[in-house]
Design a protein around this ligand. Structure first.
Ligand SMILES: [Zn+2]
Length: 432
């Protein structure tokens, strides 16, 4: 197909405008005081030395990345990788390392004042099931392997930062916890980060997650989601011999109709809220009335109140549909069971939050364009509690996250490591 400039140009304009519409905000800028403080901090001799170490050890950082990527870490099976990561973290000269009750790895770097706790986090788990080929394949400069970018690169960055701090004798004022979390993905439901914010847990003042995306990402808002498995149960029987008996699949059909109708009405207006029936299943054979029918449902909203509302629409639709089906004159009845399989809160941190300002200032200082984003990350939990938290990019170039063709390329990858170090040090304060 041939494009003339005249025809392409308006198309580009449309693309630019629609992008602006999607992002819906001007480029974030840092207040002068933060920009100044970041510039000054970055010029500090120990920080400069730490940057130099990050460059020096870059081949080692890539070797760490490959080594960790090749230790599989399917959902709920992160232990092998956790043990390896803990040993590697221990070698960087932490004051203490441990694995907590749920499987998170923690490395403590004691600050000179110990007045606050700043967490630097990446997640251990991948979305890939046990037995997936996780060997890293090199094609030119590109590394291919499931999980290499999301989020094994984050783990390798944590190690690089820890090594650089040690070698450059860079001390922070606050305690820094180098954390590798379990259960960030999917049905893991953020169980690793949730554990850090359980009732009675030691206080954490700031949370900086490295997870996916190029340098410049400053995720300051949580996209909340709620997920259910709805199970419809009946006696089951022969399709001919037991005909007339309550059929769970038929009830599921009623439920889908009820829910999608009501949910669509609600989500057609107002701040973005979504619903999705992602999986359905059950039944044993074409000539059997199933004893069970189930579906998995995901609902999301930028707004916490709307998330509660779509959740209640879902539940009332399920109950109404089963009642309606049970009243159709069938034999016996369908029993409904709703199992919550996911719960991630929404929330948003103001752009003026010091941590967000520091991240914007540091990103700009490194010549990258800061982007405030909303996502479903470990940050959701602290953000929903009003605790400063951001998720920043793993840098380099990459793509195909959550697919077997995932790739990452070390294009200026050290920049993201230095940026993460600078943000962390700005938040933790220079030690004395
Ligand atoms: Zn991730």
């Amino acid at each position: 197909m041939k494009f003339s400039f005249v025809r392409v140009y308006p198309m580009l304009l449309v693309m630019v405008f629609s992008f602006m519409h999607i992002s819906g905000q001007e480029l974030p800028t840092a207040e002068k005081s933060y920009a100044k403080a970041i510039k000054k901090l970055s010029a500090n001799t120990q920080i400069q030395n730490a940057y130099a170490v990050i460059d020096e050890i870059d081949n080692q950082t890539t070797a760490d990345l490959i080594r960790l990527t090749e230790i599989e870490a399917p959902p709920f099976m992160e232990t092998k990788r956790a043990i390896a990561f803990r040993a590697m973290l221990e070698d960087t000269g932490m004051d203490k390392t441990w694995i907590d009750e749920v499987g998170n790895v923690i490395g403590l770097k004691i600050g000179t004042n110990r007045n606050r706790v700043v967490v630097l986090d990446a997640h251990l788990d991948t979305v890939f099931p046990e037995g997936t080929d996780v060997s890293v394949k090199k094609k030119g400069d590109t590394l291919f392997a499931p999980g290499i970018g999301d989020d094994t690169r984050g783990l390798a960055m944590l190690l690089a930062i820890a090594k650089a701090m040690k070698k450059a004798e860079l001390k922070a004022s606050a305690d820094i916890w180098f954390v590798a979390t379990v259960g960030e993905e999917g049905l893991g439901d953020l169980r690793g980060v949730k554990h850090f914010f359980r009732k009675g847990a030691p206080k954490i003042d700031s949370w900086i997650a490295i997870d996916g995306g190029s340098a410049g990402r400053v995720n300051n808002a949580g996209l909340g989601s709620t997920r259910y498995k709805a199970v419809f149960k009946g006696k089951g029987g022969h399709s001919w011999g037991a005909f007339g008996l309550a059929n769970p699949h038929h009830a599921l059909g009623y439920a889908i109709t009820h829910f999608t109708k009501e949910a669509k009405k609600y989500t057609d207006q107002g701040p973005k809220t979504s619903f999705n029936i992602g999986r359905i299943g059950g039944g044993t054979s074409v000539n059997s009335i199933p004893f069970e029918s189930w579906m998995e449902v995901d609902m999301r909203s930028v707004d916490a109140t709307r998330l509660l509302k779509i959740d209640s629409i879902f539940k009332s639709s399920m109950h109404a549909a089963v009642a309606e089906y049970n009243a159709t004159g069938i034999k016996d009845k369908i029993v409904l069971e709703l199992i919550k399989i996911g719960d991630r809160p929404s929330g948003e941190l103001s752009e003026t939050t010091p941590l967000v300002q520091r991240a914007i200032a540091a990103t700009t200082f490194f010549g990258e364009t800061p982007r405030l984003t909303r996502g479903s990350t470990n940050g959701n939990i602290p953000i929903a509690l009003g605790i400063p938290a951001i998720t920043i990019g793993r840098g380099g170039k990459g793509g195909g996250a959550h697919s077997l063709g995932e790739w990452w390329m070390n294009t200026d990858g050290t920049k993201a490591i230095k940026l993460a170090l600078l943000i962390t040090m700005a938040e933790a304060g220079l030690g004395n």
